[in-house]
Write a protein that binds this ligand. Sequence first.
Ligand code: OAD
Length: 255
Amino acid sequence: MGNTLPERLADQLGRVDSVGVITGAGVSAESGIPTYRGKGGIYDDPDEGDRTVEALTGTTLKIDPDRTWRAVGELARSAVQARPNPAHHAIVEMERKANSFVLLTQNVDGLHQAAGSRNVIDIHGNIFETRCMDCAARETLSRERIAGIRQAPRCAACGGPLRPDAVLFGEMLPAGKVARLRSELEQRIPDLVVVAGTSALFPYIAAPVFHAARAGHLTIEVNPEPTYLSEAVGHFVQGPAGEILPQIAAALPGA
Ligand code: OAD
C-alpha cells in the first residue's frame, strides 16, 4: 500500500467506539463507475453534461418520463456489472467493529448494500428500484432491464408510469431519511466521522462533518483531491478510498 496513516491518527482510531461514514461517487470509482464531476465525470462534457442534468430533473420526469428513464438507463449501464471494491468492504468492516455505526451515502448504485453494509441512509435512493407515480407501489425490475431501458416502464398493479426510486434534481429529500441523518449523525455525533469520495457540495452532506469537527470529534476526509472540507476536518488523507479506508478500518479497535 502506498499510503500509511500518520501514527497520531492511528492512535486516535484505536480509541473509537462509534463511527459515522459519509460517501459519494468517488467510493465507487474503483468499481469502474464514473463520478459526476471532475475529469471524465458524467457532467464533465459541456453539452452532454448539461443535457444529462436536465434529463435527471423532477420537471423532466413529469413532462417527458421517457427522457428521464433514458438518462437513468445510462447511469445504470455503468453500474450494472460493477462489484463492491475494497473501499466498500472496509466500510462493512468498520460497521462490524463499531459499537454504533451509520453510513450516509449519496450513491444510487446499491454497492454498499451489496457489500454487506446494514445501517445505510441512502439519501438519494437507488436507481435499481422503482415506484409507481400513480399508486406508489414499489416494483423490482431486473438490473439488466433498467440498464437497457428506453422508455418509462409501467406499474404491474395499476398501469401507471413507474419512476426510479431516486431523488432527482429539484426534488425534496425523503423526510424519513433526513430525520435519520439528523438524529444519527448530528444529534448523536459519532466519535469518528469519515467522509470519503465526495465533493460534498450539498449542505446536508457537509453539515454533519462541520458539526463533528466543531464538537472536537475525530474527523477524516479521504479523497485524492482536496475539497472545501479538507481544511475543516481534523485529518485530510489524500488518496483513493480503496487504499485508505481499509487502513482506517484496520486501525479501529475490535477483532
Ligand atoms: P462528485 O462527482 O461530485 O465527486 C466525486 C469525488 O470523488 C471528487 O471529490 C473526487 O475527487 C473524488 N474521487 C475520485 N476518485 C476517488 C477515489 N478513488 N477515492 C476517493 N475519492 C475519489 O460526486 P458526489 O460528491 O457523490 O446527486 O456528488 C454528489 C451528488 O451529485 C450525487 O449523489 C448526484 C450528483 O448530482 C443526485 O443524483 C441527486
